[in-house]
Design a protein around this ligand. Sequence first.
Ligand code: DHB
Length: 370
Amino acid sequence: MYLQGIDSIVVENRSRQYSEQRVRAGVLEQGTVDLLTEMGVGERMKTEGLVHHGIELRFGGRGHRIDFQDLTGGKGITIYAQHEVLKDLNNARVATGGQVFFEVRSVSVHDFDGSSPKIRYQKDGSAYELTCDFIAGCDGFHGICRPSIPAGVLTEYEREYPFGWLGILADAPPSSEELIYTHHDRGFALLSMRTPHISRLYLQCKPDENIDLWSDEKIWQELQIRLASDGWKLTEGQVLQKGITGMRSFVVEPMQYGRLLLAGDSAHIVPPTGAKGLNLAVADVQILARALKHFYDSGSRDLLDSYSEVCLRRVWKVQRFSWWMTSMLHRFPDQNPFDHRRQLAELDYVTSSRAAAKTLAENYVGLPME
Ligand code: DHB
């Protein structure tokens, strides 16, 4: 917004420190990288990010590479943690005199069905009210924006998965240069990384798994079993952090009401397989920024009116991809031997047919923006 000459204020209930330290996603699509670079916040990402040109799918104890470079005409992904992106965005905003109000309380949104929406909040014990032209509801799945839209306006589409992910950050050099998505009879496992010295690993677990029952030793043991492959070794290290991630597909339609426009997790959630959550949020705000610029340049509401429609076309395709990756790679508690064989056939197909591999690759690196 700043680059377009449009004023904005960020109202955030977490602290700056929290947003810059919370370990979350780590895979950036080419389009996300390009946008951050264009905005002038890509310097550190360029030097510290790890560019990957493929991933490995491992099943039946054997690895199969999906070569993005070859299949997408040179595209790739960049491994750079979400909280590092947050640091870069916070720094750029502060450096340009932009306002971010951290650690606010009791935020509420009002009058967005008229021409002068308001945001009320409390900070350091005092109450404030902001009047603005538009409210971007970027406050996540549990935020207050979506529930503030009157009953009957929104339709929700949802699917829960009967499993979660147990994730660790480990002081260990990644055992592979590229990510490894593993199908195993005992459940899914994923090897990822943050830096050349820090690994990020995930194990499929029960949706209500109690993290206290997973000692570091037990986590490594299970990772060793699921990721095992002839002639390959998983390097262990100190567990720096561990947590459980839920798995859900969720979409709300439409993504707007009056002058309140939802973006990111407030409007949709994808299961993490495929690494799309952050990238989808970035695509939303890119579409929103374009619509706002058009409005202030021309006075026309056309692009704002079609915001939800344009976003949702991408959202549903990304939902489909994330659901497909999840279904192909996880063990479902109610699956029978037929389902198991079908999963293996799907993996065999994706790693042996160029057409199928290309489908995975073009979705993984990110579909083109409309
Ligand atoms: C990571 C997370 C994902 O959901 C994924 O699909 C790949 C990598 C990660 O945190 O590195």
